[in-house]
Design a protein around this ligand. Structure first.
Ligand SMILES: Cc1cc2nc3c(=O)[nH]c(=O)nc-3n(C[C@H](O)[C@H](O)[C@H](O)COP(=O)(O)O)c2cc1C
Length: 232
């Protein structure tokens, strides 16, 4: 068994030590967005009670379940005034949202939509973003993106000291461009997804490395144990 030694903070260590307990939100944010990288970007569309369309990007985001398919998106209160963001308010009021996958080609418009427009100002109108109707939800899809996922809110979980709420949505419809989907698999490389790093930095896909799942332990040429199930 590998021994785990309790390392006291030491000025001579190869590692800086930051105590997570009691860390303030701003410092925690800086560390997390630098360490949890690269993050995919959910470019979320919602509608408010007057039917206005809102669009904004969120990179604290991933899939969280497959049965049924579910996505989780974490929306913080506004850093300046602690107000609820339009996206969060609309998700709670309507119970619906659409996750549009941000790509290299949509970077400028996506980035611009993060500007804090007034709640009554629609980002999709201000930025002239073309919309497509959804099947199951009122929020429309962003036509410029190759994948759009219609979601119904399953639950909203307010975390920790209340700054962040995780919105978990069931994907009730996938819309996939024929350019990246062959009816079974998504060609993620062809999609050219955009990722968020820490600070004002984005990243595109770099080298793509292929490694099939192992069928036996590494170095286990004589392995007679069970075979791993075929991937996919
Ligand atoms: C690439 C990118 C990713 C972002 N990710 C998040 C996030 O995960 N959570 C969050 O609360 N804000 C995030 N933001 C900030 C929101 O997009 C920003 O607060 C926006 O104004 C919210 O708009 P809304 O009030 O219309 O919902 C991100 C901004 C950018 C540019």
């Amino acid at each position: 068994m590998t021994a785990i030694t309790e390392a006291p903070p030491s000025p001579n260590s190869d590692f800086a030590f930051v105590d997570g307990v009691g860390l303030d939100s701003a410092a925690a944010y800086r560390l997390l967005v630098g360490c949890v990288v690269p993050r995919p970007i959910a470019w979320i569309t919602t509608v408010d009670s007057a039917g206005r369309v809102n669009a904004a990007p969120f990179s604290s985001y991933n899939y969280v379940a497959t049965s049924p398919p579910m996505l989780g998106v974490n929306v913080a209160l506004r850093a300046g005034d602690g107000a609820v963001k339009d996206t969060a308010r609309n998700i709670l009021e309507s119970g619906e949202f659409v996750v549009n996958v941000a790509t290299e080609a949509t970077m400028e418009a996506m980035h611009a939509s993060a500007f804090e427009y007034a709640p009554e100002q629609s980002e999709t109108e201000a930025l002239k973003l073309a919309l497509l109707p959804s099947r199951h939800v009122r929020a429309p899809r962003l036509a410029a993106t190759p994948v759009q996922m219609e979601c119904r809110l399953d639950r909203a979980v307010t975390l920790g000291r209340g700054v962040n709420t995780l919105y978990i949505g069931e994907v009730v419809a996938f819309h996939l461009s024929h350019a990246i989907y062959d009816g079974k698999r998504v060609d993620s490389a062809a999609m050219r997804p955009l990722a968020r790093l820490g600070g004002p930095f984005y990243a595109a896909l770099g080298e793509i490395i292929h490694r099939p799942m192992l069928q036996r332990p590494p170095g286990g040429e004589g392995w007679t144990g069970p075979k791993a199930p075929p991937a996919g």
